[in-house]
Design a protein around this ligand. Sequence first.
Ligand code: COA
Length: 378
Amino acid sequence: MAAVRHAHVIGWGMAVPETAMTNAELSAFVETNDEWIYARTGIRQRFIANEGESTATLAYRAAQQALEVADILPTDLDLIVVATSTAENIFPSTASLVQDWLNAHDAGAFDLSAACSGFVYALNMASDSIRVGSIDAALVIGAETMSRILDWQDRSTCILFGDGAGAVVLKASESPGGVLASVLRSDGSGGDLLAIPSVGSIDASESRAGANGSKLYKMSMAGGEVFKFATRVVSESVEQACRLAEISVSDIDLVIPHQANLRILQAAARKLGIDVDRFMSNVERYGNTSAASIPIALCEAIEQKRVQDKDHIALVGFGGGLTWASMIIRWGISKPSEQHGSLLNRQRRHVQYRIARWRSRSRRWRRRVNSRVRDLQS
Ligand code: COA
């Protein structure tokens, strides 16, 4: 009989842009102030990508860190999933760019669109693939450059969001634990409450921008409605995930929610009957980084030693779609060394990153030469 397989998180990493923007700096070009923003959201600052930074570069940096902690090689990966709403292109996917830069030449790669719930959705897809035995190791990334799709004149949205990326490595193991259960949900009837209209299968000339005055490629949001939706689904879906994992809500050691707004987290904690201290929050420093917020908060929770072996962790995301998702993880199969990775593997990873650049360039060059030769022959 085949051994039962479990999907464990064995590596994690995060990256944010170099430049932080405080509420005071925001108030220099949009009519707002630090008191209002902090009182309504709990946000003090957010990171904003510089010219050379993108969703893919942030994802790549977070991925490198996660591989370092996991102490595996990029070539060990079977799958790369990037949850994002701010991909560089419709295709190639951000995941394919990261695959190329890492030299993860045996991995499939795709982007996943489920807005701020995307990371939990992606983790669910990857862990299910591990459990059924179709893959052994996956890199799951949440990455965003929200600053590029904000309407910087709209004070009701531009104050909320920031840029960043977080990544985890999932690996198959016979050791019980890891991802125990997930709940994924959507209510498309609320799609207009939080949206980024873009040109796709509907022609741009058909005035894709919403009737509520939303602009093409810019975020629009009905803040109050989203607030009510979020507080409801966080508690409901965590309870559902606990039932599936056959644990009770009181068994949860730490909830790592999507970091949208401190008041949403406080209201959800009250509804769940969990002390708010057991809700991880770092929205103060990063703002809402959409699909990146949960893996970034996970990294910081680990760094702060708030996640211990055998702990039950609840991840919960919510956002555009509308979508929401919860997951219960029983933490830990192996503790990475203090050094994070053996020296030999670290060197091998760095060699692979160098090879990646060379391999990519030489393949492009070969394609160009081949096409020139074909042209000359015809
Ligand atoms: N600075 C100062 N004043 C602002 C402001 C800002 N950035 N944005 C709005 N205001 C004003 C409004 O114009 C309004 O003024 P008025 O009373 O004179 O009309 C007043 O503040 C109250 O606005 P309102 O929209 O009712 O505030 P709110 O308490 O609902 O808070 C949000 C607004 C956006 C902070 C809140 O609705 C929210 O957090 N919603 C959830 C958003 C979210 O998390 N989205 C992402 C989910 S993934």
